[in-house]
Design a protein around this ligand. Structure first.
Ligand code: CA
Length: 641
């Protein structure tokens, strides 16, 4: 059967919105979309991971390839799977539409979702948007694993740790850690690395391994290893909701990292249910592998698109997620991304839920003809509220991620001046590489979970001793300069947790399955490097007051009045601001000599330099501006009274 044909979609596209297991007044209904199956059986279990089925039902084939079984009992808490016979083979499979599951996601579970709501969930509301979005990427286990975080013993590494609002270093009552620390820092959005159910960590023994979790098994169920009881299907659901509720109460919005471009294995629930439908293959039948993870999901096929859309909406509605970060968005088609944007807007208000992703893939993919992928080339043509990680600013500031030793602007590189200027306006407008239509599309960042941390890249390129733990003065200076540059670029701000305290992974660039010791957030280091943290804090607070930088409209780049290169490896940008300061002047000097700036008439105030990012609180007037070597300076022209 040609899955790409219009005929297939016409005959089998199902939009009933009721796939999966549903509780009704008196009973339970199970619907599975399996148009190519010859036979389907439904098995019921008492346990999510052991024992034989206590009952087997025979679903009937109905319209559009949907198999339906009805039961006159309410089966909440009962586990189930299917035996699907297709292409002459019978295989067990969990329900791709499952919203709850047992240990390690091998069986699905019927769940009464309303019974999983924490107290006050109906009233749960995201905090109001701030002038700027500051997105902080954390991994659930990394966040609270270290003893230095001062989290309750049994909650370390769990969803529950996010319910602690007032943790301190080693629990000693002094320096804040965890969410209390993030509140001080000025973060607005906490981005969770995968919290859907993934396969690489054994939920029965989560301490035995670590993984980032980019290996989805059950798309619509939370990961079990972060829950206090992964064998009871309802617990992980309640605990993830509690996490969201707690973050909301403490002033953060929550972004979910979603990985619809590939599944953990080719042999997934999707594949066992409708063999061949959900994945791209080349003409010779081999599997497309643009994800470098063994398979590429065929987002362009109508029921696959529907599946992904439904999943996103489900997380937004049921779990109150405030945004979605699409892994390898460059493998997903633009039509689906646009649809996701539209449906989220229709339900929650324009732009209320953030949508952005990685505008690239790991390799070529076998999409059908006429499909456009949501990559860098497509970005400017998509909805301005679909954003993408800007590798332009990332690589210009600190050097390319692909070449370990190659520097960028702040660490000795030459010829980056124009790219730094493009970064100021969020890489908007025509140009090579990344090109956004508006800064709302630009995710400005220097580090994420991928690749070396910012600190490590700077140590590798600047410190002959390669000492990741004792900061060389040069690395410290470059850290501040790098932060000052990207924190004053238009676009939405994103940082890897711990970047602001010089997080190190000892130069290792891919720690996806490294031990937790290599990945954990070291809250002691946040204290040791508190001066750097303060520097970030000041920049974040300043930024929220600068309309020139917070402006996300397509016209934002017209605020750039003048961009200049007054000396080699030095860049200045004068921007129309319109807040307390009518203009701001940004100066980034990566050279080894001080640079004198000419200031136009008016009262200029120092807002930040290499020593402090809090000068703006004191309004010191500046007559002559001298930008020190390896330093940034931010000036504001006081509005004429
Ligand atoms: Ca799992």
């Amino acid at each position: 059967m040609d899955f790409d044909s219009k005929e297939f979609a016409r005959r089998f596209h199902y939009d009933g919105g009721d796939l999966g297991a549903r509780l009704t007044e008196k009973g339970t209904e199970f619907r599975l979309w399996a148009p190519t199956a010859q036979k389907v059986q439904l098995r019921l279990f008492q346990s999510g991971h052991e024992g034989e089925a206590f009952e087997t039902l025979e679903p009937e084939r109905g319209e559009k390839g949907v198999w339906l079984a009805r039961c006159d009992r309410r089966l909440d808490g009962v586990y189930y799977d299917y035996l699907v016979t297709a292409e002459g083979r019978t295989r067990p499979t969990a329900d791709p539409y499952a919203r709850a599951c047992g240990l390690n996601g091998q069986r699905s579970m019927v769940v009464d979702l309303s019974a999983t709501d924490p107290e006050g969930w109906q009233q749960d509301k995201a905090p109001a948007r701030q002038p700027e979005d500051i997105i902080y990427e954390v991994h659930v286990r990394e966040f609270s694993w270290a003893e230095s975080g001062g989290f309750p013993e049994g909650w370390r590494g769990k969803y529950k740790a996010f319910c602690c609002g007032d943790t301190t270093l080693f629990g000693q009552g002094g320096q804040p850690t965890g969410l209390a620390y993030l509140r001080q820092l000025g973060v607005t959005h906490v981005q969770l690395m995968p919290v859907y159910d993934y396969g690489s960590v054994d939920e029965a023994h989560p301490e035995d391994s670590f993984n980032w979790g980019y290996d989805p098994v059950n798309y619509n169920v939370p990961e079990g290893s972060y829950s206090t009881d992964p064998a009871r299907g309802e617990v992980r659901i309640r605990e993830l909701k509690e996490l969201v509720q707690s973050l909301h109460r403490q002033g953060f919005r929550v972004i979910m990292d979603v990985v619809y471009n590939h599944t953990y294995k080719q042999d997934s629930w999707l594949e066992r249910t409708v063999p061949g439908y959900y994945y791209r293959t080349w003409k010779d039948g081999s599997w497309s592998n643009g994800s470098a993870c063994g398979n590429d999901v065929a987002s362009e096929r109508s029921m696959c698109a529907q599946y992904i859309l439904d999943s996103v909406l489900y997380w937004a509605e049921e779990y109150h997620m405030d945004g979605f970060r699409f892994d390898l968005m460059g493998l997903v088609d633009t039509r689906l991304m646009q649809r996701i944007r539209e449906e989220l807007d229709a339900r929650f208000g324009r732009g209320e839920k953030l949508v952005f992703g990685e505008p690239w893939a790991a390799g070529p993919t076998a999409h059908k003809r006429g499909v456009r992928l949501a990559d860098k080339k497509s970005l400017a043509g998509m909805d301005p509220e679909i954003g993408a990680f800007c590798d332009g600013v990332r690589d210009a500031v600190k050097g390319p991620v692909m070449y370990r030793d190659k520097p960028g602007f702040v660490n000795g590189g030459r010829g980056f001046e124009q790219r730094i200027l493009r970064s100021v306006t969020g890489w908007c407008g025509q140009g090579r590489g990344f090109a956004a239509a508006a800064p709302s599309q630009t995710i400005t960042y220097l580090s994420s979970h991928d690749d070396m941390t910012l600190w490590d890249k700077l140590v590798v390129t600047l410190d002959p001793e390669q000492n990741f733990d004792q900061p060389s003065p040069l690395v410290m200076r470059a850290s501040r300069l790098a932060a000052a540059i990207y924190m004053t670029c238009q676009g939405r701000l994103f940082l890897l947790s711990g970047e602001e305290f010089g997080r190190t992974k000892q130069g290792v660039d891919n720690t996806y399955n490294a031990p937790i010791q290599a990945n954990r957030l070291d809250w002691q280091r946040a204290w040791d490097n508190r001066e750097l943290v303060e520097y970030y804090r000041g920049l974040i607070a300043l930024r929220k007051q600068l309309p020139a930088l917070c402006d996300k409209s397509p016209k934002a780049r017209q605020r750039l009045l003048r961009g200049e290169v007054p000396a080699c490896r030095c860049v200045t940008a004068l921007l129309e601001n319109g807040g307390a300061w009518s203009k701001i002047l940004l100066a980034y000097n990566a050279s080894s000599r001080p640079v004198e700036l000419q200031l136009e008439a008016g009262r200029w105030e120092l807002l930040a330099d290499e020593n402090s990012s809090f000068w703006w609180q004191e309004h010191p007037a500046v007559e002559r501006a001298r930008v020190q070597p390896m330093a940034a300076m931010i000036l504001g022209q006081r509005k004429q009274e």
